[in-house]
Write a protein that binds this ligand. Structure first.
Ligand SMILES: [Mg+2]
Length: 173
């Protein structure tokens, strides 16, 4: 059950205390794409998100979009935001995440994953041992596979709540 518990829980990517992360030794931020930085069926390129990424890069962070979506979906966002990206990440399987750590040469203590799903983003991060940050989904729509994950996620959130580990809307960092 603890593998589904995020280290940090925030309302959105804009409310995360990035300075605090930096002081904890985090150098690389992995952002989930769908429902973390953009609505699942949207290709909207948000200037607000771009500005956030620019300021994070100026603070010294490496930014990588780490998404289960295919490269054809990732491509436009990667280019517009001017960041690196890994597509078809197969979260919650750990292969691509471990490869990313090796390829970029980061220790697990230097990387945080930010995403909207317990069953994929948080689980993969906890399995590998990097810092995990849950944010609320940016929209109510989900891809079909995600709907199945959400069903399991609701059950897991109830379980975590019953153990007094996690309460929806009670943010912490
Ligand atoms: Mg997502």
């Amino acid at each position: 059950m603890e593998e589904y518990l995020p280290d940090i829980y925030q309302k959105s990517i804009y409310t995360i205390d990035y300075a605090k992360l930096f002081n904890r030794g985090i150098k690389c931020l992995l952002f989930d794409l769908d429902n973390t930085i953009v609505s699942p069926y949207s290709s909207e390129l948000s200037q607000k998100t771009k500005d956030l990424f620019i300021s994070l890069k100026q603070k010294g962070f490496k930014i990588i979009i780490f998404t289960n979506s295919p490269s054809i979906r990732l491509k436009g966002f990667k280019k517009f935001f001017g960041v690196d990206g890994v597509s078809s990440a197969c979260k919650p399987f750990t292969g691509k995440l471990r490869k990313l750590l090796t390829d970029y040469g980061y220790a697990i203590t230097e990387v945080a994953i930010i995403g909207d799903q317990l069953m994929t983003d948080i689980k993969v991060g906890n399995k590998v041992g990097i810092t995990t940050i849950l944010v609320n989904p940016v929209s109510k729509s989900d891809f079909v596979l995600t709907k199945i994950h959400r069903f399991k996620e609701r059950r897991m959130m109830r379980k975590l709540r019953d153990h007094d580990l996690f309460w929806q809307g009670r943010y912490y960092d």
